[in-house]
Design a protein around this ligand. Structure first.
Ligand SMILES: CC(C)(COP(=O)(O)OP(=O)(O)OC[C@H]1O[C@@H](n2cnc3c(N)ncnc32)[C@H](O)[C@@H]1OP(=O)(O)O)[C@@H](O)C(=O)NCCC(=O)NCCS
Length: 180
């Protein structure tokens, strides 16, 4: 398990999946904001079921996020589109509703930076998030990510096009203890 100051990032367990499907995938607004495709009902247990991990997908490192104190499941986090030639990857995070706004997200970004830069030897990490997602923007910026651009009207979300912000962090600018 990878450890931050508040959270642990571990492999997905079988009994995480129904909780994640109900609390994250079952929330149509959350899922519409998080995904770049349309929400649709998916039968649990089907091959397309969300949060089931395909361990053969080497460009994706999916974690379940737990509280360090007690081990309660609080969400998911991943490095995705890991590119070992350009040594870059993207960060994705989704916390269960009851675990948001408690400082966990900032700590998850810190742990993912450690995983990307130290464990995987990457050079650049990237985050794309909706421009109104203040919590994600702040969690990223508190870890040293800088805004590199706005992708105007890049996301169709619940009946409207929304802007996305692209943030990046290079390994030489990363300060492991920057979250304070
Ligand atoms: C985005 C997310 C990962 C952030 O994690 P979090 O644990 O809620 O955020 P934190 O508690 O670490 O807060 C980060 C900062 O944002 C601020 N913040 C938190 N929630 C906020 C909100 N709803 N509105 C405005 N600011 C907020 C906090 O005050 C904190 O700033 P500070 O460090 O200066 O005090 C989490 O809210 C989440 O999973 N949301 C739903 C899924 C999502 O949006 N994922 C990102 C897709 S790219």
């Amino acid at each position: 398990m990878l450890k931050g100051s508040k959270v642990g990032l571990r492999a997905r367990h079988e009994d995480d999946i129904p909780i994640l499907q109900a609390e994250l995938y079952g929330d149509v607004v959350y899922q519409s904001r998080a995904d770049d495709g349309p929400w649709r009902p998916i039968t649990s247990g089907s091959g397309d079921a969300p949060y089931v991990v395909d361990d053969t997908e080497v460009r994706h490192a999916p974690f379940s996020v737990v509280e360090l104190d007690g081990g309660t499941l609080i969400g998911v986090a991943s490095l995705w589109d890991i590119d070992n030639h350009n040594r870059s990857a993207h960060i994705g995070i989704g916390l269960l509703p009851s675990s948001r706004g408690k400082g966990y997200g900032t700590d998850v970004v810190a742990v993912l930076c450690h995983y990307g830069f130290v464990v995987r030897g990457l050079h650049r990490l990237q985050i794309e998030t909706l421009s109104d997602n203040v919590a994600m923007l702040t969690a990223a910026e508190r870890n040293g990510f800088v805004r590199e651009g706005v992708l105007r009207s890049n996301a169709w979300v619940m009946g409207e096009f929304l802007d996305e912000v692209l943030l990046g962090l290079l390994v030489q600018d990363w300060k492991p203890d920057s979250t304070g």
